[in-house]
Design a binder for this molecule. Structure first.
Ligand SMILES: [Zn+2]
Length: 423
């Protein structure tokens, strides 16, 4: 029989990673004679859920087995051994779903779409589990059951892949040793088939985390051969094991279009159009904001300090510019991930007129006395309006790789002629 296994919430900010635990479980299941079909999937859910670890990623994979109870026993053993069960906010959940059962798979599809864009309660997950008698493992509050179900139900039109390399167990929590240059080289050799390995503009390796979990680095891309080539190029401390996942990272699957909603809700992510109604302003710490008029009223938009050179684009916006923004809605503010500048307002400045003879600016003769050119003795009555050079081009802009959220689609993956890529 074929079962989908879904797993979530085995990690904490202090350690572990659900992808690593899944890799270990896959090894155990294969050793026991079960077959894993295809690649495991790493599904990123709504990134704005407050109590989740930063990535909010759940894992699922398809297993062919003669004995599901043995599979469940091995899963339980792996969670008890590896999950961060002593941490307050770690509440693992696993589900085992008959892959042939279309009724359940349909329910989980809808559930999953909502878990990626919306906010779902644990009660809803428990209701589905109860209604369909879904075999599951629940630890403590079992909040991971939400992601476990959602990961199994996810159907992604667009996918990318990520190769995650893991550390030797004795190295967990220690400083990661790696040669930064080798990551820049890997990017040179394989970009754009791989992406977000490094951030050239900010001179940063972005695919090596700083957290105490087992991940050494992750190579993202659209092409498995390119990802493997990058993997072979980078130089690091000894790798313990690795796993390639199919993911919904870099697909914008978390965004809801303004046409599909009646109002803006906190902790969701949107695509929203409007007109700039106030000049951008900056607060201490380098965070830049502007106000835009939308179909839902005035909305504040933010480019926070970590978005680096992206803020230079936002600073140049002026009243009357038409824009489309992409990002999470939090505390009444859109946290910008991308912006499309559709049209720029024409801005004029009053200046002294030009001399029709020599082309130089005329001088004022004094208040209300008109203007004249001293050399040519030409005269003019009034100031003229001159269009101001905006120093900004219409088109779509994104935050640099170092500030990218897992689900955000990099422009390099987008089919847009007027894209401005920060690499
Ligand atoms: Zn002149």
């Amino acid at each position: 029989m074929r079962f989908w296994i879904g797993i979530d919430d085995t990690d904490s900010r202090k350690g572990m990673c659900t992808t690593y635990l899944s890799r270990i479980l896959i090894e155990k299941l294969e050793k026991a004679g079960n077959r894993i079909l295809g690649l495991p999937r790493l599904i990123r859910l709504n990134p704005n859920i407050p109590f989740k670890t930063r990535g909010n990623g759940a894992v699922s994979f398809l297993v062919e087995t003669e004995d599901i109870s043995e599979v469940i026993d091995l899963s339980n053993e792996t969670v008890l051994e590896l999950a961060e069960l002593n941490e307050e906010d770690t509440d693992p959940g696993l589900v085992f779903i008959d892959a042939e059962n279309d009724d359940i798979m349909n329910v989980l599809y809808t559930f999953s779409q909502r878990a990626i864009k919306d906010v779902i309660s644990l009660d809803e997950a428990l209701f589905i589990i109860g209604k369909y008698f879904i075999p599951h493992l629940k630890y403590k509050r079992g909040r991971g059951l939400i992601g476990a179900l959602a990961s199994v139900g996810a159907e992604c039109e667009d996918t990318t892949i990520e190769l995650l390399a893991y550390r030797k167990r004795e190295r967990f929590g220690k400083r990661r040793e790696y040669d930064p240059d080798s990551f820049f080289l890997a990017d040179l050799l394989t970009y754009p088939k791989t992406f977000d390995t490094v951030d050239w503009g900010n001179e940063e390796v972005v695919c090596v985390p700083g957290s105490p979990d087992p991940v050494l680095f992750g190579i993202r891309g659209d092409d498995i051969n390119a990802v493997l080539r990058a993997f072979e190029t980078v130089k690091t401390e000894k790798i313990d094991r690795y796993q390639i996942f199919v993911t919904n990272q870099g697909t914008d699957m978390h965004l809801t279009h303004e046409d599909d909603i009646m109002s803006l809700l906190e902790s969701r992510s949107y695509i929203l159009s409007g007109v700039v109604v106030e000049e951008p302003f900056e607060i201490e710490g380098g965070h830049v904001f502007f106000m835009m008029e939308t179909k839902f009223g005035e909305v504040k938009c933010a480019a926070f300090e970590p978005t680096k050179q992206f803020r230079n684009i936002i600073r140049k916006l002026r009243k009357g510019d038409r824009v489309i923004v992409y990002g999470a809605y939090k505390d009444g503010t859109i946290n910008l991930e991308k912006i499309r500048i559709e049209s720029l307002a024409k801005i004029y400045r009053e200046m002294n007129p030009l001399c029709p003879e020599c082309g130089k600016r005329m001088e004022s003769e004094g208040k209300n006395k008109g203007f004249r050119c001293r050399k040519c003795r030409t005269k003019a009555e009034e100031k003229v309006l001159v269009e101001v050079e905006r120093g900004l081009e219409p088109g779509i802009y994104e935050v640099p790789p170092s500030a990218r959220r897992h689900l955000s689609k990099p422009l390099i993956r987008m089919d847009a002629e007027d894209r401005h890529i920060f690499r």
